[in-house]
Ligand binder design. Structure first.
Ligand code: XUL
Length: 528
């Protein structure tokens, strides 16, 4: 029976998950992961990002992602029966872009299998580094694009989001304005997802509508490029962008490079998507009324929606969903790295952090913090800085509880626009393994929280998308409920229930947090 491989190229790591989709034996049969900083130290990244002096700028080397793919595919080939590998798909951090010159097509088709891919790709990059989702350096371009298309609301109505600094359109415009020569030499602009799919297939791969929604360039209605947004972004952009195709499209087959290098078969390469759209599949959110929270480098909250419903507060996004329909989502930049900063400030291990969380009381005696270690996406904060109220900066236990409460309260507040009465939350991402964090989540949302067997729903979703597309390409249109069965189902025994006694505490704290946040935003607006 066939096997399906899902890959997830995230900010800090690359993961692979192989599933056996046989109806009776359906299960994850292999999983492996590497951290970019540790496995590929020659690229000099920290948490997957190149060291920076300006906190607004965040770039990564695309060659590092390519070499990571090589290492992980080597491991996969050594551990599974490769003759059964039918299809591969992937998930990638969203918004990041890779700029390739006119030599790319021939270089991709003729990589030397005796050598690693990264080094061979350097000469096809028309922009040496890829700006990634953590970049917040394009406020000027956001304003220009919004003005050119008739305002933020017009852009949001058409593309699903007002202009956001990390979105690819503003990033492309900045590149065009600051390096016109580099832009002129660019023949193709890929997202991380389509770049890695191209590398697998040995030819330029298209984009899926889910990841293309994170560019401020795609018309959510037609699922094609919106000419007004393209014109507002950079000249002659259409011919530089990949086509947008249905998420279950087979983009090609594993190229001869991988076949020779790792003795892999010419498996189908299914178009990749973004990590959040893939997580929608990997958490089995194939119907309305459910939400998932992903606790990773970014924290995100999302759910499927039948029709696009714009966020009147302009903080959230509507993306096309890789299963058809749409998804609503709100993204927080101060996720795992903010939790890690608090852990490190007080010299704790993760188990020490959890013990403190479990032994401190909900509401923290009223002490709060705003967790803006980095510039924040939701709510928009360009100048970072942690603000505390009724909380001593040197009180370790209180700060541990305050960071997690702040993150959960911010998620509860800024997901209200999605209009879901949240009774159940599916938790995924690295920190979803931490049940003390999930208890705070359950208490703040007053909802049941469930975990999954595999912590990386994006990667599971990519493998399931490969399975679905393989069937679709052979004329079998599988229902998504069947695709996700037994793999993207939460573990029933993992349920974390809300503590009823905490309810009144959080009702009060959420209101006070909202006021504290609004005050801090108003103060920073008046000082800028
Ligand atoms: C989504 C976003 C992040 C990245 C992280 O809009 O910016 O969740 O996808 O990988």
């Amino acid at each position: 029976m066939p096997l399906y491989l899902g890959l997830d190229s995230s900010t800090q790591s690359l993961t692979a998950i192989v599933i056996d989709a046989d109806a009776d034996r359906r299960a994850i049969v292999y999983e492996t992961s590497l951290k970019f900083d540790e496995a590929l130290p020659r690229y000099g990244t920290r948490h997957g990002v190149l060291p920076r002096t300006d906190p607004a700028v965040a770039v990564s080397p695309p060659q590092m992602w390519a070499d990571a793919l090589d290492l992980v595919l080597g491991r996969v080939a050594a551990h599974i029966d490769v003759s059964r590998l039918a299809a591969i798909s992937g998930s990638a951090q969203q918004h990041g872009s890779v700029y390739l010159n006119a030599d790319a097509a021939s270089v991709l088709a003729r990589l030397d299998p005796a050598r690693e891919p990264g080094d061979q790709l350097t000469r096809v990059l028309s922009r040496p580094f890829a700006p990634i989702w953590m970049d917040s350096s394009t406020s000027a371009e956001c304003a220009e694009i919004e003005a050119a298309v008739g305002g933020a609301a017009a852009l949001a109505r058409r593309t699903g989001s007002r202009a956001f600094e990390r979105f690819t359109g503003p990033q492309i415009r900045k590149f065009f304005k600051h390096d016109a020569e580099g832009y002129a030499a660019t023949e193709r602009i890929h997202l991380v997802s389509s770049f890695l799919a191209s590398l697998l297939a040995g030819e330029h791969a298209p984009l899926d509508p889910g990841d293309a929604s994170g560019m401020n360039l795609m018309d959510l209605g037609s699922l094609g490029w919106w000419p007004a947004a393209l014109d507002a972004t950079a000249p002659d952009l259409f011919r530089r962008l990949p086509a947008v195709v249905p998420s279950w499209t087979v983009a090609g087959h594993l190229s001869s490079y991988w076949q020779t290098r790792h003795r892999l078969p010419p498996a189908k390469v299914v178009v990749w998507s973004g990590d959040n759209p893939c997580s929608l599949v990997g958490t089995g959110l194939v119907r309305e009324g459910l939400v998932a929270i992903s606790l990773g480098t970014s924290d995100t909250i999302f759910g499927w929606m039948r029709a696009p419903r714009a966020d009147p507060t302009s903080t959230g996004h509507v993306f096309a969903a890789p299963i058809g329909g749409y998804m609503g989502m709100t993204v927080f930049k101060n996720g795992s790295l903010a939790r890690e900063q608090v852990r490190d400030m007080f010299g704790l291990t993760w188990s020490g952090f959890s013990r403190i969380l479990a032994s401190t009381v909900p509401g923290n005696g009223g002490g709060m913090l705003l967790p803006w270690f980095e510039p924040e996406i939701t709510p928009p904060v360009l100048r970072p800085g942690v603000r505390r109220l009724g909380l001593a900066a040197n009180d370790g236990p209180a700060n541990v509880r305050a960071i997690v409460e702040a993150q959960m309260i911010a998620m509860a507040l800024h997901s209200r626009w999605m209009g879901v009465d949240i009774r159940t939350i599916y938790a995924t991402g690295g920190a979803s393994a931490n049940r003390a964090i999930l208890q705070v989540m359950a208490d703040v949302f007053d909802a049941d929280v469930y975990q999954f067997e595999a912590g990386n729903a994006a990667c599971v979703g990519a493998a399931l998308r490969a399975f679905h597309a393989d069937a679709a390409s052979s004329g079998h249109d599988l229902a998504w409920e069947d695709v996700v069965r037994r793999i993207a189902e939460p573990v029933a025994s993992s349920r974390v229930q809300p503590d009823r006694a905490a309810r009144a505490v959080y009702e009060d704290l959420i209101g006070r947090y909202a006021a504290f946040e609004a005050e801090a935003l108003a103060a920073s607006a008046s000082s800028s």
